[in-house]
Design a protein around this ligand. Structure first.
Ligand SMILES: *Cc1c(COP(=O)(O)O)cnc(C)c1O
Length: 435
């Protein structure tokens, strides 16, 4: 509040990079996802610089599940990123994107025997999640010409709860060390790395210092007691984007530590834990969200306004949680794309789904929008274009703006014909003879 009343923080957003929102909507339809290549490359280069200025050997591996559009993956691969995948489908996508097998990190709790075999034959880095997977790979390894390269995924208490102990082997109870000993003793697998991914949207840099310290402890033990030096430490992903978490008091731009701060916590720990300078392991990062979230926008259109039974204003949009899975966690920033009145009102934003859960914002102060008005949703690049759902509405176009802000269609809107191809109607259901 100020002496003029509530001052609106709302600013119109008419352009993404140099491309006009109204032109993008006219050409590609509403709603449409838009990605900025400039921002993707900027984010990547900033993150790499944050680590490389502090540590001699750094490698990023793009987390496919965060956004596995081929265009996005290829931008990161062009920048030098390896691929980090968590399923056989993603593994194949990485190969199709031209990533050599030995530059693919294969994570995840479910890898089939066939997938393990293929990954081993391609010399990929197989990150073991549990003992049953280790036994399966040991069995396979007996038939393979060379030793599969593996890392152990470790979960640990980093002071952030709940602990992600469902993935990998636990540090504190000795399970991780036990897995390491078995791998080395088998002689059939090459133990090359140690891995953790302690959570996502982590706001604590200290948690990464703790995690790095525990991985270092295991790595030094490997060298000292098993005569097995570890080639790389993989600290996973988890850095936050600058989105605002639901219910957070301060906006995400004020609370998220920078990549520099995470880099400082991780690299200072590794450098001071007892490696000789010439034996410092390669440091791998699997950063997802922090590299892609703010490079993605969703453009859409107001469908209608109405009053709810309690008098609140409600606005219906042509996109909902079907396209914005992350609206369950974030209060996404939403801007009008054109002129608007300066009268604002608390509004609930609904999507077009015929479902009660389809709420884009529970309460947001917005100018009065009219049917047909266009909107920009910010920071939607992570986990929406992979977790979106095909539910009563078809998935829309995705457009990439190149460095000159020229739009390229990188995934076309789905059509009913495309969906129908997957269905089959049994012979006895072919005829429908309604009177
Ligand atoms: C999802 C995932 C990532 C990426 O996580 P962000 O929080 O998006 O950075 C990295 N590594 C693994 C193993 C993952 O499952």
């Amino acid at each position: 509040m100020n002496k003029f009343g509530t001052r609106s923080e709302v600013q119109p957003v008419t352009h993404i990079d140099e491309a006009a929102v109204k032109d993008l909507l006219a050409e590609f339809g509403s709603p449409v996802f838009v990605l900025s290549e400039k921002q993707l490359r900027r984010n990547y280069q900033y993150a790499v610089r944050a680590f490389r200025t502090r540590y001699p050997r750094v490698q990023f591996a793009w987390s496919y599940k965060t956004n596995y559009l081929n265009a996005v993956c290829r931008i990161f691969h062009q920048e030098g990123s390896w691929a980090e995948v968590v399923s056989g489908m993603e593994y194949d996508k990485a190969l199709l994107n031209g990533v050599p097998g030995n530059r693919i990190i294969f994570n995840g709790p479910h890898k089939t025997r066939e997938e393990l075999r293929r990954a081993a034959e391609n010399d990929s880095l197989i990150h073991l999640d549990h003992f049953d997977e280790l036994y399966a790979l040991l069995e396979l390894a007996a038939e393979l010409p060379r030793r599969p390269r593996v890392a152990v995924r470790v979960n640990m208490d980093t002071g952030v709860y709940p602990q992600w102990d469902r993935f990998g082997f636990t540090y504190e109870n000795g399970q991780a060390w036990n897995a390491i000993q078995r791998i080395v003793a088998s002689g059939r697998l090459a133990l090359v790395g140690l891995h953790c991914h302690i959570g996502t949207f982590m706001l604590s840099t200290k948690a990464y210092a703790v995690a790095a310290g525990k991985l270092c402890d295991l790595a030094l033990n490997c060298r000292n007691t098993l005569n097995t030096p570890i080639e790389y430490l993989d600290l996973g992903g988890g850095f936050p984007s600058t989105n605002s978490l639901k219910g957070a008091y301060l906006p995400g731009t004020d609370t998220a530590p920078s990549v520099d701060e995470f880099a400082e916590a991780i690299t200072s720990t590794i450098q001071s834990c007892g490696f000789r300078p010439d034996e410092l392991p390669l440091l791998i990062l699997e950063t997802g969200r922090a590299l892609v979230d703010d490079a993605g926008y969703l453009l859409g259109t107001v469908v209608a306004n109405k009053r709810l039974a309690d008098g609140r204003r409600a606005t219906i949009l042509d996109f909902g949680v079907n396209l914005l899975f992350t609206s369950y966690w974030y209060d996404h920033k939403i801007s009008p794309a054109g002129d608007f009145s300066h009268h604002t009102e608390e509004t609930v934003l609904y999507g077009p789904l015929c479902m009660n859960i389809d709420v884009v914002r529970e309460s947001v102060s917005l100018p009065l929008l009219n049917p047909g008005d266009q909107l920009v949703v910010h920071k939607v690049g992570a986990y929406n274009m992979t977790q979106w759902q095909q539910f009563i509405h078809l998935r829309p176009n995705i457009v990439l703006l190149d460095a000159q802000s020229r739009p390229h269609l990188v995934r076309q809107a789905e059509t009913l014909e495309y969906l129908q191809q997957l269905e089959q109607v049994p012979a006895h259901l072919q005829a429908v003879n309604l009177p």
